[in-house]
Design a protein around this ligand. Structure first.
Ligand SMILES: *[C@@H]1O[C@H](CO)[C@@H](O)[C@H](O)[C@H]1NC(C)=O
Ligand SMILES: *[C@@H]1O[C@H](CO)[C@@H](O)[C@H](O)[C@H]1NC(C)=O
Ligand SMILES: *[C@@H]1O[C@H](CO)[C@@H](O)[C@H](O)[C@H]1NC(C)=O
Ligand SMILES: *[C@@H]1O[C@H](CO)[C@@H](O)[C@H](O)[C@H]1NC(C)=O
Length: 827
């Protein structure tokens, strides 16, 4: 059920695929009506994928997915080449016209919908159990079979009809109809009930003259849909034969359209190799469903060859600049038909596996820009020399590229053999050989470190949580990077994600795939060397979940850079007024959470640090949001410490910070206290409530504080609240938040609350909002397909990876999952 969950009021339409085959198009017409689609299909292999495909008519969504196992003998029309898509499943003549029948009455948990009785029909019911016949192909439940309909007129037929539902993908669908029939009356020996069943007057189901058995469920159905393609309208008619003393009877009906399921998935060997690769490198691309199929949804960076009816095979793989680390997996050699393999610009280490030379069709192998070591396998070298393979391996500082310098490696190998042999002969020679070995190793070590290798100078333990989408809460020890490291990390400073007075911020990846933001100081920076280093040194010491963490820094000759955790949603002001605010609207609850979290970050600086710290540049562009919309304070370049604990303020030589956010006493007296941050935070909070900039042109420049005060003087909160929230907030909570903000922006520092007070008050606002129990409150509304965007904080649209917009639900090892389930769930 769509339920307008995204607030866009635009019910989407999208396609469903089962594995590689088109299943159906879901077209939601009414936001309050649940839509259920069902397919009966044979799954080859031990896993299945259900893909929701964005076809440009809105973002696909799913509320629940149920999987039910069926015996092979059931629904024999569903086979390797066709599946059955349910159109309707009706229980006729129900005793309760509102009750659906499903599990536990139906052990297969089919949903039998009560069919309201047209005037021409009369219902008939028995309380006796209806048995399944031997070799029953449908196993209709007794509860469904115990009720039936007959025509009112003693000579009339039972007629059912449906309209064909052609779609762009399936312009002439074929249909299969299953009539479930059981005799419910104990007829005397001399009387018979006999009737013919025809569809569109053409074909009779079950031959001439069908007589149902007493209390035995039987079914009449067309085994294939061939005769029923291309009609606009179908009608099924049950007519009593001339020999019959009784009217026809019908207990239940199912109608299916058929879909071809003959699409062949990618060759299994290729699938298992690429799945291993995907798992090993945690590839951050939209790699879901089958790798090559359907054709227009082949995975990013993959080329496939499709030859007739045979399984597609992977012929090319481009994983250039994909943030991969670790060694080169031998699974690449499992892609036997590979013609090109591009692994350039990653952080791959270790040696090049010999097995790659077994790829006989490989014409291009690009390993440029990694940290590979060892020598190039002779098989590859040979093929490169005879011209059958283009081999690129530049910019791998540790790779032995010419035969002679690889000598030590070969010697080492033979030394090991020698040691092994010698051990049994004489201990003395072992020691000598070991020494030789050690010296060899030391030589090698020296050799590598003097080269310009991409390796942190301080290898101190990096810990990070797995799955690094950049929003996992990272706790890292700071490390020092060289300029070359930064180059590798950012792929040569390719993507700028933000700009500031200090220089540019670039998108980057650590060798473990963690996404980072690299802030490189430019020569013309406003931020002095001193401030830059101050930020690095302070940040190295402080850790709080609401402060952007520093992962490392670089001071390499004239180059200076800070490496931060990646905040994918960019700066708060973009969400209030910028590009983001047009497509995504922050709810009141989200705003309160952001305010509370920022306040907690500041409270930590003021209270949790020794000496206490003053941020000095609190503003909406310095509050960044991660993928979970958690707020963190950024930009500590102006951070100032109280040097001695007795001081009530620090005096600064000049006023720094941003106009409109500066506390009045600071501008006038140059005296700085933590209440200056409180003032700036008050301005931020006003922006959060109103969605207005900190300085309005209304028409003359006016501070947001004045603007709000003037309007609230008339007692009208609605006139200041951001209209983007469309009145969806608790009025008391908004009043309270505005009140906190105005107290924070009081003229004298003494009148302002502390950040600890602010945190407590905002928590109360959030509780008020939570108590309101708004079901939509927690949603962040988003429109699909946003362009990659740039923020003046930093950040980039997370959806860039998701260019194919396919959502896949994979049920690996279907068999096991099913035996684990305890039975159908109730709705
Ligand atoms: C969904 O249904 C509406 C109304 O029936 C129709 O206008 C629209 O084209 C359909 N969309 C798709 C993708 O089939
Ligand atoms: C059903 O189809 C037959 C044959 O096409 C036709 O004679 C009959 O009138 C149809 N009945 C209805 C209700 O459409
Ligand atoms: C792989 O992709 C990168 C960038 O997307 C491109 O520059 C490169 O040429 C591609 N490699 C091959 C072998 O197509
Ligand atoms: C890569 O590393 C794994 C685990 O460290 C190891 O099992 C595998 O043999 C290595 N593969 C190659 C080709 O070096």
């Amino acid at each position: 059920m769509y339920g307008n969950y995204d607030g866009l009021n635009k019910a989407p339409a999208f396609d469903l695929h089962l594995g590689v085959n088109y299943w159906t198009t879901v077209n939601i017409s009414d936001s309050d009506t649940p839509v259920t689609v069902e397919v009966i299909a044979v799954i080859a292999g031990d896993s299945a994928q259900v893909c929701l495909v964005d076809t440009g008519s809105g973002t696909p969504f799913i509320s629940s997915l149920d999987v039910r196992p069926l015996k092979n003998s059931l629904y024999p029309m569903a086979n390797a080449t066709q599946g059955l898509v349910l159109l309707s499943r009706s229980n006729l003549g129900p005793t309760d016209s509102t009750a659906i029948i499903r599990y536990p009455d139906d052990k297969h948990d089919r949903i039998w919908v009560p069919e309201s009785k047209p005037r021409e029909w009369v219902g008939f019911t028995t309380t006796k159990k209806v048995q399944n016949i031997h070799d029953d192909k449908f196993e209709a439940p007794s509860a469904v079979m115990q009720t039936a309909v007959m025509p009112i007129s003693p000579t009339g037929p039972i007629e059912l009809s449906w309209d064909a539902q052609p779609s762009a993908k399936d312009p002439a669908p074929g249909y299969i109809c299953v009539l479930h029939i059981s005799e419910l009356q104990d007829l005397s020996r001399r009387s018979t009930r006999q009737f013919d069943v025809t569809i569109n007057g053409l074909i009779s189901l079950g031959g001439k003259g069908f007589t149902p058995e007493y209390l035995r469920s039987n079914a009449l159905f067309n085994a294939n849909a061939n005769a029923y393609y291309g009609f606009h309208h179908y009608n099924v008619s049950l007519n009593a034969t001339a020999n019959s003393n009784f009217r026809p009877i019908l207990n239940a009906v199912e109608v299916f359209s058929v879909v071809p399921t003959a699409g062949v998935p990618t060759a299994t060997q290729d699938v298992s190799a690429i799945m291993t690769i995907r798992g090993k490198y945690q590839v951050k691309k939209n790699w879901m469903g089958d790798p090559c199929m359907p054709k227009n949804f082949a995975w990013n960076g993959l080329s496939c060859s499709y030859a007739g009816t045979t399984s597609p095979v992977i012929t090319g793989l481009n994983l250039s600049s994909s943030g991969m680390s670790g060694n080169v997996s031998s699974s690449f050699a499992g892609l036997k038909k590979l013609q090109y393999l591009d692994l350039s610009r990653n952080n791959l280490t270790g040696s090049i596996p010999e097995t790659l030379s077994q790829l006989s069709l490989l014409a291009l192998l690009d390993l440029t820009g990694n940290r590979l070591s060892g020598s190039i396998p002779s098989g590859l070298l040979k093929r490169s020399q005879d011209g059958s393979l283009t081999l690129r391996y530049g910019n791998n500082p540790d790779l032995c590229t010419n035969g002679d310098s690889c000598q030590p490696l070969k010697n080492m190998k033979s030394s090991k053999v020698a040691v092994y042999v010698v051990v049994s002969i004489a201990a003395v020679s072992v020691i000598v050989l070991l020494l030789v070995l050690l010296i060899c190793m030391l030589r090698r070590k020296q050799g590598t470190t003097t080269r310009n290798s991409v390796r942190p100078q301080n290898e101190s333990g990096i810990r990070h949580s797995r799955g690094g989408n950049g929003h996992s809460s990272v706790r890292l020890n700071n490390r020092r990077f060289t300029y070359a490291d930064l180059e590798a990390m950012t792929d040569g400073f390719r993507q700028v994600i933000g700009r500031g007075g200090f220089g540019k911020v670039y998108d980057g990846f650590l060798e473990d795939g963690t996404q980072v933001a690299v802030k490189l100081r430019s020569e013309s920076s406003d931020q002095g060397v001193h401030e830059f280093l101050a930020e690095a040194q302070t940040l190295a010491k402080i850790h709080h979940k609401n402060l952007v963490s520093l992962i490392g820094y670089c001071k390499d000759m004239e180059y200076m850079a800070l490496v931060y955790e990646y905040m994918s949603e960019g700066a708060l002001h973009e969400h209030l007024r910028g590009r983001e605010s047009r497509t995504k609207r922050l709810t009141w609850r989200q705003r309160l959470r952001i305010a509370l979290e920022s306040a907690q970050g500041l409270e930590y600086l003021h209270k949790g640090c020794n000496p206490p710290l003053i941020h000095r540049d609190v503003k909406t562009s310095n509050i960044l949001l991660n993928a979970n919309m958690e707020a963190k304070i950024a930009d500590f370049g102006l951070l100032k410490a109280f040097n001695s604990s007795g001081d009530t303020h620090v005096s600064t030589a000049r006023v720094v910070g941003t106009r409109g956010y500066l506390a009045p006493e600071y501008i006038v007296t140059f005296q700085l206290t933590n209440k200056s941050d409180v003032f700036s935070f008050g301005v931020v909070l006003l922006e959060i409530v109103t969605g207005q900039p900190h300085i309005l042109n209304d028409p003359d420049p006016m501070s947001i504080i004045q603007w709000v005060q003037q309007r609230l003087a008339c007692g009208n909160i609605e006139s200041v609240v951001d209209t983007c929230m469309r009145g969806d907030y608790d009025v008391n909570g908004v009043w309270k938040a505005a009140d906190i903000a105005l107290k924070c922006t009081a003229q004298t520092p003494e009148q302002r609350p502390t950040m600890a007070d602010v945190v407590a008050q905002l928590q109360e606002c959030l509780d008020l909002e939570a108590a309101r129990g708004n079901v939509n409150g927690g949603f962040y509304t988003a429109e699909s397909g946003g362009n990659p965007s740039e923020y003046s904080g930093y950040g980039t649209d997370v959806s860039t990876d998701m260019s194919q917009s396919t959502t896949a639900f994979e049920m690996e090892h279907l068999g096991r999952a099913l035996t684990m389930s305890t039975g159908p769930s109730t709705r």
